[in-house]
Design a protein around this ligand. Sequence first.
Ligand code: 5RP
Length: 234
Amino acid sequence: MSINTTDPRAELKRKAAIEAADMVKDGMVVGLGSGSTSAFMIEELGRRWAEGLRFCAIPTSERSAEQARSHGIKLVTFATHPQIDIDIDGADEVERGTLNLIKGLGGALFREKIVAAASRRFVVVVDDSKLVDRLGAAVPVPVEVANFGWTSTARQLEALGAKVVQRLDRSGNVFVTDGGNMILDCHFGEIADSPALQRQLDGVVGVIETGLFIGRTSEVIVATADGLQRLRAA
Ligand code: 5RP
């Protein structure tokens, strides 16, 4: 993950990420999110590791694992560490009030949700451009689906009201997740009832996981031009 520090948005992401990294203490089991904001957080944890902070971590993507390893951070698995103390991750949209999220534009939503579900605290780090009144107006809901029969799955998603776009990578090939599956980006427009939509999506055969994160957020650290805000789940 290349980190662009000349972009003002990147600078805000970095500030939120550093604030969240400060929540990691000696002996903790830490979930490492994915994406550019999480990359700043892992970089900061790497700096603190070099200063002597000791924790272990479960990464949410191969890319985050590689970055953590490059700093010497100790990586573990659920087999030995089933309970995560704190998971720190980015998001594509955060709904004001509910703190429900859309995640997965980076493609790591399945592992990200497994790690978030196993965490005592799920801390989301964003710049203020990610805050919305209602999810879905600006970004699609990424849905990871099985490769087998995906056109049938896509039709079922369309029947729920989505405009479905198969995700491609930068070379124009079908995007492949770390789990070997594909992602269908589902454009619903503004979502009136995201918990209900999540239940409907869960009922579609072929859907492995969706980028709707409902009721999982403990806290959001938002970086604005005027400083950091902390939003907590009600
Ligand atoms: C990856 C994600 C990311 O957390 C999300 O896309 C935010 O990315 P960024 O921090 O680069 O804006 O969900 O699957």
